[in-house]
Design a protein around this ligand. Structure first.
Ligand code: ADP
Length: 245
């Protein structure tokens, strides 16, 4: 799925302009990092991409179609094809890894099966396979609260993959992790990009990781794109433009 932002603007009611004339296109299968100082608009951009906020000017096109003008079913299928993982994992701590992964199926299930957790054999088998893929097979029946941060992020990635996303939005995926574990999580995201052709759009404070794992970096400052290029095109002057004055 191609994602195209055309002149996107977002101003909050208090007058803050979080995004201003933001335009870029991400092709299917790219690994793109969005970097920028605090307040640059990264979170707002991600919230617009996963449909939690709407832009108040411009358009976001998914394979050329504007979410705002789509029928409910079209919007649902676009949203389904975008998975999100978060800095703080957003898992249910008292539930097992397996249950957390299976909750990804709830939106597609009928009321009674959903309420009673009747996921069925196929979904369970797929969830187990994904837990194996992310290296958590032995932890399937372990409550999430007993896992390390890195293991929690792996469980969150398995949960996102359960919906067969075309795009993974990774919101500071390594920010709560130590550098070694963070790098392992980024390697897992890179493997998913390369093997499955999933687009990874990562919001990151970690320049080293953005440089090492991305095909492309977008630098945001004060809600505008001030850099859009390959990691090796990002020199000191560019960084100064993004992070200073
Ligand atoms: P980042 O993720 O890069 O730190 P954000 O997207 O969170 O940036 O914020 C961009 C700007 O929008 C900031 O000035 C922030 O204070 C403001 N902002 C974010 N959310 C809201 C909101 N709900 N209401 C008002 N202002 C907001």
């Amino acid at each position: 799925m191609e994602i195209r932002l055309c002149d996107v603007g977002k101003q909050f009611k208090n007058g803050t302009r979080a995004l201003d004339h933001v335009s870029f296109t991400v092709s299917q299968g790219e690994f793109v990092s969005v970097i920028g100082p605090s307040g640059a608009g990264k979170t707002t951009l991600f919230r617009i991409l996963n449909g939690m906020e709407a832009p108040d000017s411009g358009a976001v096109l998914f394979d050329g179609r504007d979410l705002a003008s789509m029928q409910k079913s079209g919007r649902k299928s676009v949203k389904k094809s975008i998975g999100t993982i978060y800095q703080d994992f957003c898992l249910v701590e008292n539930s097992t890894c397996l249950s957390n992964v299976l909750t990804a199926c709830l939106p597609d299930m009928g009321f009674f099966p959903a309420v009673f957790g009747l996921y069925g054999k196929e979904r369970r088998a797929e969830a187990i396979k994904l837990l194996d893929r992310v290296g958590l097979l032995e932890k399937a029946d372990e409550p999430v609260k007993n896992l390390s941060g890195g293991q929690k992020q792996r469980a969150a990635i398995a949960r996102a993959l359960m919906r067969h996303p075309q795009v993974l939005l990774a919101d500071e995926p390594a920010a709560s992790l130590d550098p070694v574990t963070g790098r392992q999580i980024l390697s897992l995201l890179k493997e998913i990009q390369e093997k499955d052709g999933v687009t990874v759009l990562m919001n990151s404070h970690n320049l080293e990781f953005s440089r090492a794992f991305s095909d492309r970096i977008i630098g945001l400052k004060d809600g505008t794109v001030v850099f859009d290029g390959k990691p090796d095109e990002m020199d000191d002057g560019t960084l100064r433009r993004i992070y200073l004055n």
